[in-house]
Design a protein. Structure first.
Length: 232
């Protein structure tokens, strides 16, 4: 089913606004990261272009593609990382938007393969728990999506070893929130580690926030039984 001009413009505007927001939050620079939104009930998405200049990005530069990478719009080619987005969308029907960033503190943790334990309750509510590290896999490959999903588990975010951050959300607002939150948590973790031993929130206090996460923010279908009955 082809999109109306109005609907196509709405999708493009959502991606553009998300891209501008993460750029203004210093989560990406020129040529880094990508932002996408899936087309409802279709194996299609709108995504930022390759070698993206966030400072000058325009509505007509947002790329419309099938999940297999076939381009539906004219002009700029899609981000080479579209396979990373496709993997998540196919595995998670409730994930509507995806953001990949190269934010500095999160990248520092990813470079030393340090996951982020539950240091604030809000990370359970928004992200689903501690943020794991996906094994290193070259960018732009099919495999990077597979390892990202495996490490992400039932959560909304993951650190990509020697690469960056991947988050998803039920809408662009929540995806942007998650991208910002992962970077904030990375900064807090790094700073706390300079002061002393980082103290995490004990698992017995997670359940209230985890229940709220599953109802309000999780992008994993609740019909699909979690591989793990509790967060690690």
């Amino acid at each position: 089913m082809s999109l109306t001009e109005k609907k196509e413009k709405e999708y493009r505007k959502t991606v553009l606004n998300g891209a501008k927001e993460i750029f203004n939050a210093n989560l990406v620079e020129f040529g880094e990261g990508n932002v996408s939104i899936r087309v409802k009930k279709q194996e299609e998405m709108f995504i930022t272009p390759t070698q993206n200049d966030y400072s000058t990005l325009k509505l007509n530069e947002i790329v419309h593609i099938y999940f297999d990478g076939t381009q539906l719009s004219k002009g700029r080619p899609a981000s080479s990382e579209y396979r990373l987005h496709t993997s998540v969308y196919r595995a998670r029907p409730k994930a509507k938007c995806i953001i990949h960033t190269h934010s500095v503190y999160a990248c520092m943790l990813a470079a030393v393969k340090q996951k982020i334990p539950v240091i604030l309750e809000e990370m359970i509510f928004f992200l689903g728990g501690e943020i794991e590290i996906a094994d290193y896999t070259p960018a732009g490959t099919h495999e990077i999506g597979e390892v990202a999903l495996k490490a992400m588990g039932d959560k909304n975010g993951v650190l990509l070893a020697n690469h960056g951050v991947l988050v998803c959300g039920k809408n662009m607002k929540s995806a942007v929130k998650n991208a910002k939150l992962v970077e904030k948590l990375s900064q807090i973790y790094w700073g706390a580690a300079q002061i002393g031993k980082v103290q995490s929130v004990a698992p017995e206090y997670w359940q209230k926030w985890l229940d709220l996460y599953k109802v309000m923010n999780s992008t994993v279908s609740q019909k699909k039984k979690s591989k793990s009955k509790k967060l690690k």
